[in-house]
Ligand binder design. Structure first.
Ligand SMILES: Nc1ncnc2c1ncn2[C@@H]1O[C@H](COP(=O)(O)OP(=O)(O)OP(=O)(O)O)[C@@H](O)[C@H]1O
Ligand SMILES: [Mg+2]
Length: 249
């Protein structure tokens, strides 16, 4: 096991509005992590910042990938170093066919064939009849999520940032997506940070640790099931009360 990604004391401000405050996360190879948090707490902003998407200026703190400081690197430089993201809301790309996007993701030229393993995975993701369609154009919600995760797996990242891969996905597809992500992580000693509201994907993945992002900062680190049960029982208000208690202690 080795330390793949470290997010150290990370703060982000957009137009003087604090979007993220003092975020600390350490990710180890072969392990996955889950992040909970209410709408608007900053989960997507965190993944976007870690990936280096434009528009998320780091006010302070560092992002370290395999002992290399990537805080100032561009999104394409980070992707080449092994960072990958599956977006919460995948964009439609008119004029680019899914097959070509998958080839680009796999580092292949348009005239190159995909490998038999890659073709098998396309079938598993039930996208084999959609390859000649424009990426995400008129795809259903679940189809978009499947296409998004498959592109990410084809890129062979070391760190997978997964923004709600389970939202809007039917139960059978959810099982398949969770199991395929898990298989990939174990085989490649990679690591995933998964955002989920319902936590259903956790039934199909081995997730070691969980955290709660509340009001732009991390309030709690604990076992995934403990956090999920607590949120189900007491809501995020319970997390706030728990935090206040701990500050007093
Ligand atoms: N470019 C921006 N300019 C101003 N505010 C922004 C910008 N980007 C994000 N925000 C704000 O930052 C906050 C966090 O947004 P973010 O998308 O990270 O939330 P989230 O935790 O992913 O929520 P959800 O569960 O709804 O996806 C929100 O209040 C959002 O409006
Ligand atoms: Mg979000």
């Amino acid at each position: 096991m080795y330390n793949i990604l470290e997010i150290k004391n990370l703060s982000v401000e957009i137009n003087k509005k604090k979007i993220l405050r003092n975020i600390n996360i350490t990710m180890w190879g072969g392990q996955s992590y889950v992040m909970f948090g209410p709408n608007g707490s900053g989960k997507t902003s965190l993944l976007m910042t870690v990936m280096g998407m434009p528009g998320y200026p780091v006010k302070k703190g560092k992002i370290i990938l395999e002992n290399k400081d990537i805080t100032k690197k561009t999104v394409d430089e980070r992707a080449r170093l092994g960072m990958g993201i599956a977006f919460q809301l995948p964009q439609e790309i008119k004029g680019v066919k899914l097959i070509d996007m998958l080839k680009i993701s796999a580092g292949k030229k348009p005239n190159q064939e995909l490998s038999s393993d890659e073709k098998k995975l396309i079938k598993k993701f039930m996208l084999d009849e959609m390859l000649d369609r424009d990426v995400n154009l008129d795809f259903s919600g679940g189809e978009k999520k499947r296409a998004e995760v498959l592109q990410l797996l084809f890129m062979k990242p070391k760190v997978l940032l997964l923004d709600e891969p389970d939202s809007g996905v039917d139960l059978e597809s959810l099982k398949m997506i969770g199991e395929e992500i898990q298989r990939y992580i174990e085989k490649n000693n990679a690591s995933a940070l998964v955002i989920t509201h319902q936590g259903h994907i956790l039934e199909h993945m081995g997730v070691e640790k969980a955290c709660v992002l509340l009001k732009n900062t991390i309030y709690c680190y604990n076992e995934p099931q403990k956090i999920l049960e607590s949120i189900r029982k007491n809501g995020y208000k319970g997390c706030l009360r728990c935090m206040k208690r701990r500050i007093k202690e």
